[in-house]
Ligand binder design. Sequence first.
Ligand code: UDP
Ligand code: MG
Length: 319
Amino acid sequence: MYLSVVIPVYNESKNLRPLFSRLTATLDELNKSYEIIFTNDGSHDDSEIILEELYNLRPEQVRIIDFSSNFGQHMAVMAGFELSQGDIVVTLDADLQNPPEEIPKLLELADKGHDLVSGIRLHERKDNWFRRNISILVNKVRAMITNINMTDHGCMLRAYHRSIIDLMVSHNESSIFIPALAYSYAVNPAEVKVEHEVRATGKSKYRLYDLIRLNFDLMTGYSLVPLQIFTLIGFSIAFLSIAFVIFLFIRRLIVGPEVQGVFTLFAILFFLVGVVLMGLGIMGEYIGRIYKEVQHRPRFAIKKVLGAKLDEKNINPRH
Ligand code: UDP
Ligand code: MG
């Protein structure tokens, strides 16, 4: 099989039919064998029913994975990867923000041997001002802290070669961010500008809090730099304190006892307490990750699969 398209779905009932018709129209033109894998990530609307309807339209090309509850976008994509058979796998969002008509652009580069082709939506990005600028800022910080140099990590319109998919599937980490993981395995990554549209219907599933969490995950999942920066801050403050103590000691000898400066003292104290709490938080992030991994819980639980027998391919959740 040439191509698998993997699409995570969470409460997207209104978008699924238009997405499917645009997607199949684009893929049919390629004249190559393909499959479309939808993962229903525990939707509460009637996405499940509509997906079944789409499956019945083209049972030989559509596969559906039904999660027992919501495990998040990246786990949904991961389950799709485990089932996928294509030499090239393309991911895209179900909300029509990634126009399916752009897929051939990615495939062209993938065919030239790029094992990871990432869409970048910096131009024409149709999110609100706040969202756009936060995203640019976060991209910069991430590029500084990790050695992941993607222009736009949030764009899910991407193509991956089988070699990268196999590596990602063999992983059993549970808090992963697929574009970053893929990038860390890519030998010959490429980027291409893609259109970006306003979400067709429904609301974004990511609130500000989720975005903050995601980025903590990114930074602590791919780098120890936050911990090291923290150690450096600790050292610097310790040295400054020694200088300060010496200064106070000499001053005591020259000027004599003093009791002023209580507020300065408080300011310094609050600052230091803040630094310590921040450090604890950063350590906590890493410990939390370790905790999650040692639990060895299944990454996701599958209720049913349409279009592939469970024993045909091992898609049982690994730990
Ligand atoms: N999604 C999912 N599980 C979730 C949240 C989102 O499968 O828990 C899917 C969602 O249906 C969509 C894609 O992931 O296809 C991207 O989500 P969304 O559009 O809400 O994110 P944004 O574009 O705002 O970053
Ligand atoms: Mg979206």
